[in-house]
Design a protein around this ligand. Structure first.
Ligand SMILES: [Zn+2]
Length: 165
């Protein structure tokens, strides 16, 4: 792959280093695209298009692989977008100051996540965990639940089934 045309953003290197991923050009390019989206999630195809647009050819396969790596390393969040062609994964950069007073509410159906900053809530969860010999450690808490959209879908599905029967 060719040299990266812009290298000004030291934060990209720092965040890769922080999770012990080697700053390869593919990882840097993809992170830079995601950094530029102001917390909008993007799917692999859009990242591919955007990179092509600025003259960087990275194969779609590489993009999928790198996104997965960075998600596993805790650098990215994944959510699912419903589209005509089925569910697609979308990625966004984990907010940097995901402080000790925040937790994610995650829909277990569509995996959409919402960041909630609520220090007393997180502290209570921490204490409840400690009582049971568990600790949150350096991880950001995530609590699984179901989003209203998925709840509606489920109810609509059940309603239809009842009427049909
Ligand atoms: Zn959902």
């Amino acid at each position: 792959m060719q040299d990266i045309p812009y290298q000004g953003d030291g934060r990209v290197f720092d965040s890769l280093r922080a999770v012990r991923l080697r700053p390869t050009s593919a990882r840097i390019c993809i992170l830079q695209v995601l950094t530029g989206t102001q917390r909008q999630a993007m799917n692999a195809e859009s990242i591919y298009q955007q990179l092509l647009h600025i003259g960087i050819a990275v194969s779609l396969g590489t993009i999928y692989r790198v996104l997965k790596e960075m998600e596993q390393a805790g650098l990215l969040l994944r959510e699912r977008e419903a589209s005509a062609s089925g569910n697609k994964a979308r990625y966004l950069i984990k907010p940097e100051r995901v402080a000790a007073d925040s937790c994610y509410l995650v829909c277990r159906v569509c995996e959409r996540s919402v960041l909630v900053q609520d220090a007393p809530l997180v502290e209570q969860l921490r204490q409840a965990a400690a009582v049971h010999g568990m600790e949150i450690g350096a991880n950001v808490l995530s609590v699984q639940m179901r989003c209203s959209q998925c709840a509606e879908d489920a109810q609509a599905g059940r309603g239809r089934a009842l009427r049909a029967g």
